[in-house]
Design a protein around this ligand. Structure first.
Ligand code: PMP
Length: 400
């Protein structure tokens, strides 16, 4: 018998080597208690959270929690069925209405996760004989959507407009083409030049899908994302998003103005062949999305936090993923995985949680400490975060 697990041996060894250094396992942390969007108990210590996707801090919003509790009481704990059978409740329609209003678009389709939204939409609309042209640093769910479909996959260099154009020009003029982009790339927190990329895509007869998972609620005048901020949202054919970040719960969606969009509900397998979201989840999502429509003060404070942290970390001597702050994500580049894990642990001991990210999730083999800010981080907390980075960075030998 061939042990099917032998392919994982290099990863098992790498993990064992890392843990043998005595470092706390960075991929096995437990949040023992969550006190607010920005503070939790970890290893018995009060810890500032700087590594969540809770950008707008909606998880403890009073109205959001009340809506969830009410739905739980009125509709029960789960739907036990697919959206196309017994799993569409009033709440699922309401959250789709909220999304249509939020994006000012004609159609909204809610999936059980953002991962499934990418999987479903990409694999269903790009079929045999079609082409998907995607940024090489695309999220795993985009790659998996491509794998599941039958289209030809063409990757281009990250955020490179000319590379996109070159690839497009090589494809047969009459073939169906889908250009897949992200608003904010979550590893380095950098933003895509959507305006030029979408122009190039349209000039070459391609439809455009933009994953705005990390920009919803924060970037753009109405929080609709990078396409809104760059004035090109009307040229986007499909926006993919998630409820697991700014919205503060779980779920995924696609919004579109395509006149035939509703047929997706019958042909998209990751929509049809899975249970719909629980009533409490769609109720919290709908309430949160409606509140995010009026979130401009919070958006302004989050930008302040992002700028202060970026400048502070740079002044301390850390190497960052972007020259300027472009989103709520600030990536601190570590020399290697071992040093990254040591620094991550030193921060945790200081009472600060960040994400440790490493290949294959990261580009160019980088180890990153990913900091993601929340609109509920106070200015004092951001100051405290910088002080903890300084102490931990000196202790771990990352800065002088
Ligand atoms: N797209 C992007 C760009 C993401 O970063 C993520 C999650 N990190 C997803 C999609 C999937 O979202 P979800 O958590 O809702 O599955």
């Amino acid at each position: 018998m061939t042990d099917l697990f032998s392919k994982f041996d290099p990863l098992i060894q790498q993990r064992a080597d890392l843990l043998a250094t005595g470092v706390t396992d960075p991929f096995n942390l437990v949040m023992e208690k969550v006190l607010s969007p920005t503070v939790a108990m970890c290893n018995g210590r009060k810890t500032i959270l700087l590594g969540t996707y809770n950008y707008m801090g909606m998880t403890f919003d009073d109205d959001v929690i009340a809506a969830g509790k009410e739905a739980l009481d009125k509709f029960g704990s789960g739907t036990t069925g697919s959206r196309v059978l017994n799993g569409t409740y009033q709440g699922h329609k309401e959250v789709e209405e909220a999304l249509k209003e939020f994006y000012a678009m004609d159609h909204a389709m809610v999936f059980s996760t953002g991962y499934q939204a990418n999987l479903g939409i990409i694999s269903t609309i790009a079929g045999k004989g079609d082409y998907v042209i995607l940024d090489i640093d695309s999220h795993a769910s985009i790659y998996d959507g491509c794998k599941m479909g039958d289209a030809e996959i063409v990757a281009f260099r990250h955020n490179d407009i000319e590379a996109l154009e070159k690839r497009l020009k090589r494809l047969p003029a009459e073939a169906g083409k889908l250009v897949v982009l992200e608003g904010v790339y979550s590893m380095l927190g950098d933003v895509a030049p959507l305006k030029d990329m979408i122009r190039v895509a349209k000039e070459n007869g391609a439809m455009v899908l933009v994953d705005e998972a990390h920009s919803m609620g924060f970037i753009g005048e109405h929080g609709r994302g990078v396409a809104e901020a760059q004035g090109v949202i009307d040229d986007v054919d499909f926006i993919i998003g998630t409820f697991s970040k700014s919205v503060g719960t779980v779920g995924g969606f696609c919004v579109s103005n395509h006149p035939k969009f509703e047929i997706m509900r019958l042909v998209c397998r990751p929509y049809v062949f899975t249970a719909s979201l629980p009533p409490s989840v769609v109720a919290t999502a709908a309430t949160s999305i409606r509140k995010l429509m009026h979130g401009s003060n919070k958006r302004a404070h989050l930008w302040e936090n992002s700028k202060t942290l970026h400048k502070g970390l740079r002044d301390l001597g850390f190497t960052l993923g972007t020259e300027e702050p472009q989103s709520a994500i600030i990536a601190v580049i570590m020399p290697d995985l071992e040093k990254g894990a040591t620094m991550w642990e030193a921060l945790l001991e200081e009472g600060l949680y960040v994400n440790l990210a490493r290949p294959p999730a990261t580009p160019a083999g980088m180890t990153l400490l990913r900091c993601s800010l929340c609109a509920e981080h106070s200015s004092d907390q951001v100051g405290e975060i910088l002080a903890r980075f300084e102490r931990a960075g000196k202790r771990a030998g990352i800065i002088g």
